[in-house]
Design a protein. Structure first.
Length: 206
């Protein structure tokens, strides 16, 4: 993983890469500058395609020689056929979509499996900022103030698990990460992950 990604606290990208099988067909939705796609192509030999909303991100991906188109997760996933990819990845983007439930349904439809990572709004630091400051939290993983953030649907790990249950999606693997990228104990209950995990990564299938 690039030094820039690590400095931004994007430890989830290493976890995501570990979940993908070599030689797979992968669609990275909200692929940013293409760092994850490049990692997967180099390390896993995948056939990686991407969708990115920002023109700057698309330009950076194209400059890296990656196959990326400009598109919106909310509007442009409906055009993909069922089971077009082995994996569909949505990293740190679900909370920025207008209709997270519909987006997740499309991910599960398009890919044999879906990998989703997101910041956990139930982390104890978030709770303390709300409790003692009475203001929307600002953290390394959610650095923008409330009026400038692209995130519009904050959720906790527990919220996401509830959504998976509502969609009848099977959780094949779930990983919670602390602030330095360490994995939370796998045997810990959901409430523990919800309180101490700063980021979460889920591998789902229909």
């Amino acid at each position: 993983m690039s030094e820039i990604a690590l400095k931004r606290g994007r430890f989830d990208l290493e976890v995501v890469a570990d979940l993908v099988q070599p030689g797979s067909r992968v669609l990275d939705v909200g692929c940013g500058d293409g760092g994850l796609m490049e990692l997967l192509a180099t390390r896993k030999g995948v056939d990686a395609r991407g969708i990115e909303l920002s023109q700057t991100g698309v330009n950076e991906c194209v400059a890296r020689g990656l196959s990326v188109i400009q598109g919106d997760a909310d509007a442009d996933l409906f055009g993909y056929l069922d089971d077009s990819f082995d994996y569909v990845i949505l990293s740190q983007t679900l909370q920025a979509t207008r209709d997270p439930k519909s987006v997740l349904q499309n991910l599960l439809r398009i890919g044999g499996k879906a990998i989703i990572s997101f910041p956990n709004f139930g982390h104890w630091r978030m709770r303390l900022q709300l409790l003692f400051n009475g203001q929307m939290p600002v953290t390394p993983h959610l650095p923008e103030p409330w009026y400038a953030t692209p995130n519009i649907h904050f959720c906790t790990i527990r919220d996401f698990v509830n959504l998976c249950e509502e969609l009848d999606a099977t959780v094949e693997e779930a990983i919670a990460l602390n602030g330095v990228g360490g994995r939370m104990p796998i045997s810990a209950p959901w409430w523990f992950w919800n309180l101490f995990g700063e980021q979460a990564v889920f591998l789902l299938r229909r």
